[in-house]
Write a protein that binds this ligand. Structure first.
Ligand code: BTN
Length: 265
């Protein structure tokens, strides 16, 4: 393995929040999300962080593939999934809270202009820096609690835009020496705390901070269902509010994709 992953340090910091938590680093796997979902279907639902130096079949939202940047001497992407049992009253807004936590850890002062693109991408200057894929499994015999798999892919090193729907941004643009292990150590403890706070109190306590980093608010947007209008930001439940010719529409389904129609003025 190439990198120092600080696995023991991360495990020690998170275990008090999440008893039984383990960190696992593998050189190669098809997809960290696929693996944790496979395990959940087999009844393995302990809290775990699974980090892969390389994914051979990374998955994105809406059934799309997630291609990591080409390998160099260091992994050029950070790819991991956090799996944990979770029982929030309402799941809506989880992906937004997760994105917010990652954005605040990567760019605490907003100096790099890391912004949140509903429902859960991180963008810099309309280029994609981070993708998030959240999936859940229902463990056998326990319908009240689900096993959440929160998969995160961060572009670390420079990459070509070829084949990507949105041109890429990468962390080395403003932190040229950051290693994947250092980023993991920055991201994971606040992420676990955020997910637990979400499970207790929902999205509302995060809404104002999301708004301050919202990449779409105030812009003309086009939805994949053909609607367009002016984005008015997110509501207390994490729903996207778009002012269209037919009035205010609220979008809750992450199966609808949304894009700005032009750069901000
Ligand atoms: C998207 O942008 O559509 C979501 C991308 C999510 C990628 C991460 S990488 C780690 C985890 N494993 C996967 O197969 N996908 C997620």
């Amino acid at each position: 393995m190439h990198a120092a992953w600080f696995a023991d340090e991360i495990a020690a910091e998170v275990a008090p929040l999440l008893p039984g938590f383990r960190v696992e680093v593998v050189a190669e796997i098809d997809s960290t999300n696929t693996e944790l979902m496979r395990r959940a279907r087999q009844g393995i639902t302990a809290p775990v962080l699974l980090v892969a130096e390389r994914q051979t079949a990374g998955r994105g939202r809406l059934g799309r593939p997630w291609e990591s940047a080409q390998q160099t001497s260091q992994p050029a992407s950070l790819t991991f999934s956090l799996g944990l049992p979770l029982a929030p009253k309402d799941w809506s807004g989880l992906s937004l809270a997760v994105g917010l936590s990652v954005a605040e850890s990567l760019d605490p002062t907003s100096a790099a202009n890391v912004r949140l693109k509903w429902p859960n991408d991180l963008w810099m200057d309309d280029r994609k820096l981070v993708g998030i894929l959240i999936e859940t499994a229902v463990p056998q015999g326990d319908a009240a609690q689900r096993y959440a798999v929160i998969g995160i892919g961060v572009n670390l090193g420079a990459r070509e835009p070829d084949g990507l729907r949105t041109p890429p941004a990468w962390v080395h643009e403003w932190r040229p020496n950051a290693t994947p292990g250092e980023l993991l150590r920055d991201l994971v403890p606040p992420l676990v705390a955020t997910v637990q706070a979400f499970a207790e109190r929902g999205f509302a306590p995060f809404a104002e901070r999301f708004t301050s980093r919202d990449a779409l608010r105030g812009r003309e947007v086009q939805l994949s269902d053909g609607t367009s209008g002016r984005c008015e930001g997110v509501g207390w439940g994490g729903e996207l509010r778009v002012h269209t010719a037919a009035g205010m529409q609220t979008i809750t389904s992450s199966e609808v994709s949304v894009r700005p129609v032009r750069a901000p003025t």
